[in-house]
Design a protein around this ligand. Structure first.
Ligand code: DQQ
Length: 478
């Protein structure tokens, strides 16, 4: 039944219809969360890119507003592409975005609210002097896009970064400006990583090593680390790394070059791209948006009339326990959707068993599960040398001594469709443990034209920690 595939989501943001891609210019302004996004007003495939616009009081419930900007000038006639918001010292808001020109050259443009006193920011003005930046010498006309939010330098100038590449090296250019109209290109780059290709949608922000709260993009100091994130055009995933930013030189150095930007950590091992954070000055947190492209075929997208979601916004903090990664968590407001709490205690999952939990009839679940591994059994198991991996070890179907265990979601009663989200613990011959967290889509749908990948990664687990899972789940109507 094709209707099943047409069901829309309940947790994740979507426009009413048509194509959507990258999140743009997220910002909190005069009591409202604003969300803009790459949008095709005329169809369910990429093209005619404009900025869709929606507002919310809580990052969960959204009101759709008129399109904020459409391609209507020579400097953005091929698309009003991705950009970011900056709140100036006097509270004014500016947007820098990439325009694809009449000759498909990537340039940067300035836009601002027509009426700054309008909390809904319905009308936008494009600066008459656009474009404000063109590709600098040595940078390809199609390798210059997606300006970040700007931050203040010690000299009181605004600074931001723009992704690019030189040959196969991904780079991020740095500009200083006083007025967002004239700019100075800094010598050198924020960072460069050979072999990573074009850096799209670079994000750059501070995280606190000591405090729980998020930081304004301009914050720096001894208790601060900086994250650089890039979306790799070549492999369509978002990678980040933590390091130190030098406000004087405008350069960033990774803490660990072995897990540098684009070759190490990801925010998400599912489909998650072109992500962007913003500082929420109301709740003093940093919030991450990211685009979920889904994997329906183009034909299916056209048939259903829409394509893509934005993952529910996530709070992002430095992981003080490990010191090596960030932690993401759905914004706390989503918990207000919870009704009808069901608790299951001490459920025993024996090897090879599926335990069903009666949650009654529902269309949406917010699941939190905690797994306690039998430590005694764990210590009895002999280590092996085999290298386990979510993607290449046969997914949830392959049973080992230490897994898989987890939750079967999107499951019908006879288990013909099921998506295991699971842990697998591997032990090497020296007794070292590695904990994998994976999702197996190989049996998730009877449809034949969707991606059925098995993916995941290692998760850091400290001694004595329980393994926990959080799943925001929407029921398939059967
Ligand atoms: N999407 C935009 C670009 C960006 C890409 C165009 C990333 O600005 O580089 O729709 O998905």
């Amino acid at each position: 039944n094709n209707m099943l595939a047409w069901q829309r989501t309940a947790f994740h943001f979507q426009p009413r219809k048509n194509w959507m891609n990258d999140p743009n210019g997220p910002v909190y302004y005069k009591g409202w969360y604003h969300f803009f996004y790459q949008y095709n007003p005329f169809g369910a495939v990429w093209g005619n890119i404009a900025w869709g616009h929606a507002v919310s009081r809580d990052l969960i419930h959204w009101r759709h507003l008129p399109i904020a900007m459409v391609p209507d000038h020579w400097y953005d006639i091929n698309g009003v592409w991705t950009g970011s918001a900056t709140i100036l010292k006097d509270g004014q808001l500016v947007m820098l975005y990439t325009g694809s020109t009449n000759e498909s050259v990537q340039v940067q443009n300035l836009a601002y609210p027509a009426d700054p006193s309008d909390p809904l920011l319905v009308d936008w003005i494009k600066y008459p002097g656009n474009p404000v930046l063109v590709p600098p010498h040595g940078v390809g006309p199609k390798d210059f896009r997606d300006p970040t939010t700007a931050w203040l330098t010690p000299q009181g100038k605004w600074r931001f970064t723009i992704g690019s590449k030189v040959n196969k090296t991904g780079i991020s250019l740095v500009y200083d400006t006083k007025d967002f109209k004239t700019f100075e290109l800094l010598d050198g780059v924020l960072h460069a990583v050979p072999g990573t290709g074009m850096w799209e949608c670079v994000d750059f922000y501070p995280v606190s090593r000591v405090m729980e709260n998020g930081l304004d993009t301009s914050d720096n100091g001894p208790g601060v680390k900086h994250a650089v994130k890039t979306s790799l055009d070549d492999d369509r995933n978002d990678y980040y790394a933590l390091g130190t930013y030098d406000g004087t030189t405008g350069k960033w150095t990774p803490d660990n070059p072995n897990i540098d930007v684009g070759i190490g950590l990801r925010y998400d091992y599912g489909i998650f791209y072109a992500s962007k954070t913003f500082y929420d000055q109301e709740k003093k947190r940093r919030v991450l948006w990211g685009w979920i492209k889904e994997t329906d075929s183009e034909a299916a997208d056209i048939q259903k009339g829409w394509a893509s979601l934005q993952a529910i916004p996530r709070t992002i903090v430095f992981d003080k326990k490990t010191g090596s990664n960030v932690l993401l968590w759905p914004v706390e407001e989503v918990e207000r959707l919870r009704v009808n709490r069901k608790v299951f205690h001490k459920v025993k999952a024996k090897p090879g068993s599926v335990v069903s939990l009666d949650v009654g009839s529902t269309s949406q679940l917010d699941i939190m599960a905690e797994f306690e591994v039998d430590q005694e059994a764990l210590s009895r198991i002999n280590g092996t040398n085999t290298t386990y991996s979510c993607t290449t070890s046969n997914g949830a179907a392959q049973r080992g001594a230490l897994g898989p265990f987890g939750i079967l979601v999107h499951t019908d009663n006879d288990l013909t469709e099921q998506t295991p989200i699971y842990f697998y613990i591997s032990k090497d011959s020296l007794g070292n443990l590695k904990t994998f967290f994976c999702a197996d889509h190989s049996r998730s749908s009877e449809a034949t034209d969707v991606n059925k990948a098995i993916y995941g990664s290692i998760v850091p687990v400290l001694k004595g920690e329980k393994l926990s899972v959080r799943i925001l789940w929407l029921r398939h109507l059967l």
